[in-house]
Write a new protein. Sequence first.
Lengths: 211, 127
Amino acid sequence: MSQTANAHDPNKWGRDSEPNPDGPAPKRIVVSYGFWIFLLSDFILFACFFAAYAVLKDATAGGPSGKDLFELKLVEAETVLLLLSSFACGMAGIGTLARDMRWFQIAMAATGLLGAGFLALEAYEFLHLIGEGAGPGRSAFLSAFFALVGCHGLHVTLGLLWLTTMMAQAWSKGFREDILRRILCFSLFWHALDIIWVALFTMIYLMGVRG
Amino acid sequence: MSERPDEEMARDETAPGEESEHDSIVGGVRSYAVGLVAAAILTAASFALVQFDIVWGPAVPAALVALAIGQMGVHLVFFLHITTGPDNSNNVLALLFGVLIVALVLLGSIWIMGHLNHNLMGPMATP
């Protein structure tokens, strides 16, 4: 029967392999579906910040506008780092499928380093803007800009904390079923951050430099 | 495995973000690589659009929005594994509801505030 077939399939170890046709869905599906709902609510949170930015982007109070401030080279580098980070996170997911701890740890470390590089560039940009006198207090446009980009940066920071936690937990506890569920949720979170970044660099930076 | 009819397979829902169970390791890596290349091409296209005069000026914002939607689609399909398969309908329905709310919040705010600005604009105000 399929029950025994699954026991020999390494791709299915640690999963509730056989769903009961009439019973509840396996915990793995319930947990990540719930997390998916959370992520969608997070998208709605970001939509509010985006709406605030879209409404306030011309309210520069005589100060600098996006056209004067944004540097596309920096944003390009940030985008590349975050995209590669998302890819590395996918590789870590494959590492869990393969039950290969070294692969998983290396891919997670790469994910974390690329994410940290992104954050460093963003911190540099923020400090640079504040140094130029274009801090969040300068105009409504800059308040909305710092709130939106800062909220994304805060998410990435929390994601990095979560990432190191998952590396430590997988290292000490192995690929246990609950650990695998947490890793799945983490990778959803990390990929979702990249989706938000796509909206962010398109709407703020690319449309901003055109004036 | 082969004894299970297709209908029963369809009941086995896929968790969001999960690889399809039929995928091998190599297939999984290949799928992520395809996603990475596709996303990179679309991203490079958006940046090129702004920096070089490729497209008629007034059409650039629309092109950027289209490219952004394309990039998000690539991310959803290849990285988050949200597909239109029968095992994925719950995830897609939730996503569609999320997109609806996001669109209402975003477009509604822009629409209302645009009208408000227009109506409150005095003779001295600049657009």
